[in-house]
Ligand binder design. Structure first.
Ligand SMILES: Nc1ncnc2c1ncn2[C@@H]1O[C@H](COP(=O)(O)OP(=O)(O)OP(=O)(O)O)[C@@H](O)[C@H]1O
Ligand SMILES: [Mg+2]
Length: 291
């Protein structure tokens, strides 16, 4: 049997090279305040992988995606182990475009900080009088470039995204930049509206796109998980203040209340957090999560 080693380990996911395809494995690791916690959140990886699958299916009429299968039976024998069951997605290998496609429907985080300073978010002028966590009149597209390891991603304007792509793909930069912007907005609108009807606000999110073997723009990476997005509970939503995170609320609250913690959560906080991931999955998909 062929052995596999991840060629890439992000904070939370592992990526395996399988020739024409990749196998992206979401682990049960969780990060909060930019640190990986010592606990494993049981089933988090599987829940997030199944959530991405749901969104890829839900939006396949808007844009093609890289998903090939989430069934390990379709993958090499090595992946037919329990630790890969449910949390692995076999994906078409793409040539990734080096732009993080961020879309914001609500004003929060760094966007809120910048708006308070000068009324703009990433160079986009917003109406006066917005309060923290307000819904924006229209979702805004605020791309960034993927920084090298350790650096923070850098916000760029739409025109800069054209230049970045033009350098790599002469004559094609504007076309690709426009496509990924338009897909990003269309995907966000469709999915945020749906999520809202299920009781979840998707305040913002990040998509990644790549080119397939025919040079078509395809969506890759993960899609609309709480790791790539801000999910807020609709219940209790109140502009004028920060909102609790749908999934990490208990983790963050506990870490803040226990500043001398060693990034090791009590079992009770872990259990409550697992339940929040399940709840998000069940609200969005209408299906019970089972392994
Ligand atoms: N279909 C695909 N083809 C090629 N590369 C892909 C595909 N889908 C996703 N990727 C890339 O795989 C990598 C997944 O890595 P991952 O997100 O775990 O780590 P990261 O982005 O470097 O760090 P972070 O933990 O901050 O997200 C990313 O570089 C992403 O761009
Ligand atoms: Mg990533």
């Amino acid at each position: 049997m062929q052995e596999f080693k991840p060629f890439k380990e992000g904070k939370v996911r592992e990526v395996y090279d399988n020739g024409e395809s990749l196998i992206i494995v979401a682990t049960d690791r969780i990060s909060a305040f930019d640190n990986i916690l010592k606990n494993k959140i049981t089933d988090k990886g599987a829940i997030l992988t199944q959530m991405s699958k749901f969104w890829f299916d839900f939006t396949s009429d808007v844009v093609s995606n890289h998903m090939l299968s989430v069934d390990t039976k379709d993958m090499p024998e090595f992946f037919q182990q329990e630790r890969f069951d449910g949390n692995s997605m076999m994906c078409k290998k793409l040539e990734m475009l080096p732009i993080e496609c961020i879309v914001r429907g609500y004003i929060t985080g760094s966007g809120w900080a910048s708006y308070q300073e000068n009324g703009t978010v990433c160079g986009i002028k917003l109406p006066e009088g917005l309060v923290e966590s307000d819904k924006l009149p229209e979702p805004i597209y605020t791309p960034s470039t993927k920084a090298d390891l350790g650096d923070h991603d850098e916000n760029i304007s739409f025109e800069q995204s054209v230049e970045v792509l033009e350098k790599i793909y002469p004559e094609k930069g504007r076309e690709y930049a426009e496509k990924i912007r338009d897909y990003t907005i269309a995907l966000y609108k469709k999915c945020a509206e749906y999520a809202l009807s299920k009781g979840i606000i998707i305040a913002d999110t990040k998509f990644e796109f790549g080119l397939d073997e025919n040079g078509e723009v395809v969506i890759g990476d993960e899609m609309l998980t709480p790791d790539s997005s801000r999910f807020w509970p609709l219940e209790g939503y109140k502009p004028g203040q920060g909102q609790p995170s749908f999934d990490k609320q208990f983790v963050r609250d506990w870490l803040k209340a226990n500043p001398d913690n060693d990034f090791l959560l009590p079992d009770e906080v872990v259990t409550k957090t697992v339940d929040k991931y399940k709840e998000a999955y069940e609200l969005l998909t209408g299906k019970e999560f089972t392994r």
